[in-house]
Design a protein around this ligand. Structure first.
Ligand SMILES: *Cc1c(COP(=O)(O)O)cnc(C)c1O
Length: 221
C-alpha cells in the first residue's frame, strides 16, 4: 500500500482525484486498495467492469476509461460513476437515452485526441463545438458533461507530453468559457497516467488515471 499512500500524498496539495486503473487485475488485488480506503477504480473494457461491479462492494465508484461501443451502453448506465471516454455524438445520445430509462443523469467527459498517434480515440475540437451548439445536445436531460479527458503520446519526450496536456487544459478552458460558464459541474480534466502524471499535475489535471504504478505491471493488455 506504500505506492497508494505516496501517490495520495502527491495528489493532496492540488486535490486531484485518483482513479486507480484496475484493468486486468483480479478482485482480490482491487480489494487491497479498497481496504486502504480507495473507492474510485477505472476499467477500460465494459465486460470486465461489469463482472467486477457485480462481485465487488457497491460503494466503489466505477469509471469507464476505454472506448465505449454504442451497443454496450445499456449495461452500465444504471450504475457507472463517470464515463471518461465519450468520443462521439452518437454514443452520447445513446447514453442519454439509456440513462433516461434508468432515471439517472450520467456524468461524462469528452475525450479529445491530443496525441500524435492516430490510433487513439477522441474528438476533434470542431466536432465538439458543433455538437454543443446543436438543439439535440441542448435537449439532453440525462447526461451531464463534467469535463474533458485525454491521453498523451507514448514517448520519453517530456516537452511533447507537456504540450499535449497544455492543449487539453486550454480546450477545457475554452469550453468552460463558451459553453458551460455557469456550470460548476463542468470541472474535470482527466489526464495523467503512471508515466506522466507528475507532468499532468503541473499542467492542471484534476483527475489522474494510474494503473501500473499501483498494481504493478499488467501481464496482458
Ligand atoms: C490503462 C490506462 C491507464 C493507466 O495506465 P498506467 O500506465 O498503467 O498507469 C490510464 N488511462 C487509460 C485510458 C488506460 O487505458
Amino acid at each position: 500500500m506504500k505506492a497508494l499512500q505516496n501517490l495520495l500524498k502527491e495528489l493532496e496539495p492540488t486535490r486531484t482525484t485518483l482513479v486507480a486503473v484496475s484493468k486486468t487485475h483480479p478482485p482480490e488485488k482491487i480489494m487491497e486498495l479498497y481496504r486502504a480506503g480507495q473507492r474510485d477504480f477505472g476499467e477500460n473494457r465494459v465486460q470486465e467492469m461489469i463482472e467486477k461491479y457485480e462481485q465487488m462492494p457497491k460503494d466503489i465508484r466505477w469509471h469507464l476509461i476505454g472506448h465505449l461501443q454504442t451497443n454496450k451502453v445499456k449495461y452500465i448506465t444504471s450504475w457507472v460513476h463517470l464515463i471518461h471516454s465519450v468520443d462521439s455524438f452518437k454514443v452520447l445520445k445513446e447514453i442519454d437515452k439509456r440513462a433516461a430509462q434508468d432515471e439517472r443523469v450520467v456524468d461524462c467527459l469528452l475525450q479529445f485526441k491530443i496525441a500524435e498517434e492516430d490510433t487513439k480515440y477522441g474528438f476533434e475540437p470542431e466536432e465538439v463545438y458543433e455538437m454543443l451548439r446543436s438543439e439535440q445536445f441542448k435537449n439532453m436531460k440525462n447526461i451531464r458533461i463534467a469535463g474533458v479527458m485525454g491521453m498523451a503520446t507514448f514517448t520519453d519526450d517530456e516537452e511533447q507530453v507537456r504540450g499535449e496536456f497544455r492543449r487539453l487544459k486550454k480546450m477545457f478552458q475554452h469550453l468552460k468559457d463558451n459553453f458551460f460558464p455557469d456550470q460548476n459541474s463542468f470541472r474535470e480534466i482527466s489526464m495523467g497516467m503512471s508515466d506522466d502524471y507528475l507532468i499532468a499535475l503541473e499542467e492542471g489535471s484534476t483527475m489522474v488515471r494510474v494503473g501500473s504504478l499501483l498494481f504493478g505491471e499488467r501481464e496482458y493488455v
